[in-house]
Design a protein around this ligand. Sequence first.
Ligand SMILES: [Zn+2]
Length: 605
Amino acid sequence: MSDSSDFVSSEMPAPAVDTATIGLFADASPVTTQAYQVLARKWRPRDFSTLVGQEHVVRALSHALEQQRLHHAYLFTGTRGVGKTTLARILAKALNCETGITAHPCGQCQTCREIDGGRFVDLLEVDAATNTRVDEMRQLLENAVYAPTAGRYKVYVIDEVHMLSNAAFNAMLKTLEEPPPHIKFILATTDPQKIPVTVLSRCLQFNLKSMLPTAIVSHLQTILAQEQIQAEREALKLLSHAANGSMRDALSLLDQAIAYSAGVVTTDAVQGMLGAIDQTYLHRLLAALAAADGVALMAIADEMTLRSLSYRQALGDLATLLQRIALAQTIPQAIPEEWADAPTIAAFATQFSAEDIQLYYQIVLHGRNDLSLAPDELTGFSMTLLRLLAFKPSAVGNLPAADIATTPLPKKVASPTVPPHAISASAGQVSQPAAGPQHTRASASLSAQSVSTEMPVASATVALPVVAPPAPASAPLLPGQADSIDWPTLVLQLNVTGLAKQLATQSELLSVQGSQYVIRTAAKPLSQGSPVEKLRQALSEYYQQPIRLQVEVGEVQSQTAQHRDETARSERQQAAEQAIQQDPLVQGLLAEFDATIVPNSIRPV
Ligand SMILES: [Zn+2]
């Protein structure tokens, strides 16, 4: 705090004593005696008109006060830092102001000033979090029978009232049921569900809202103007988001930011102070995701690593960004135009579907929670990005399922790192389904980094990595009898491409006599000319001796390499589907969204 002393202003009110203390109920926060008064205390609202963001409560209380319809117990609920105790103090003033019970306490009379200074004897503030015991509550309530010393009402403000023990609640209940006329209870809590119904039913309940970031920004601007401190609007936005709906936190952060930036509160300084992520990283991540560009995605992650950015923060900020995109999709006008990234958010809102964004949000939240479980944070972060990529829904989901099931993948989609076959089948197994489970397991242990290089960049399908072991390097077979040669396996080891490869994979071996090979294919265009010659050359090269090749046209009876490939593919498909269905995250998503996996939308890679 010493470096903040240059902000001392001569017109500052005397240091406030936070609360009147009695007996065991000493205020937990020590009385501050230093010259600099923190903004949250200095700018604590002193009447209803300066209370930010709780107009609905103010209106109801003002009416009640004006019409003298006073309840004996009030319950203020709401998250921390939204102004519950502030409101309680203003209400205490309204009840005790020497000008009479009023919605506009004068702020000038001795009572008002004493309440503002926290010195009023008939305002008893208790923090239930530190005074939960029943005898403490009894002692407090025993004093309730005595008339107020100075004021009209004895006002008990019990903060965090849900922390009281059951016995303490019971002790309080008696007084709540038959309160002396000079007693007012103001209970405050962040967790009203923990309060017994018997207590709740005797209170007039007001729910205070979380502060909207825009309300916080404008309040901070008002304060800064009066403190004559310059600040960049963008910096205040960052602070308001970090404050998470709490005005008290926003003011504390502003205090820090003022000290941190020593002068003008700049965006850079606040980003540094909050460890905030430069939003452009997140924008680029989403752009890469929209393009299904896994390589770019991983490159950005690497960049973030070099900058030593916090992954937890990054995922948190990404979730916030996704929430804004979802908002822009649903209620476009809810995105304030003055937001620097409003146009970017609007653009993303059209690039992704609402379902995408909802799903991404869940994945990012799960990923953030799971960071601590990951071997290291980078792995956890990369894995989350890969999940986002894997779940990139695409046009595939819109195709009729049957089409996808029967249409072979285009060649370029097949990952070059996964051989179509890694099977060494012996003769006699030709008609058996070729691939065993060990060839088709979905890899859960595949490291994020190694996946990035074989990311299906072109295809935006739901994909789980499936690895097959590399083909065993088998020695070239010697020419022999047709039934001792596994033609579908053999052709995959031949150095053929294009039409010759088509011929090789769509044919069956009819006979072998010495170096004379006879094969059959149903595809007539492949049965003559260069495909045949190229396949012959490849066979000669394979056997390292001249081979003669004859091609017949007719219906193929046995399994071809292509058939086998399809079988293997379908088994890989099943394995991938199974892996997807057994993935705990997916199960969570299915349950949460009451969703189903689009049949055949899962593709092994
Ligand atoms: Zn007054």
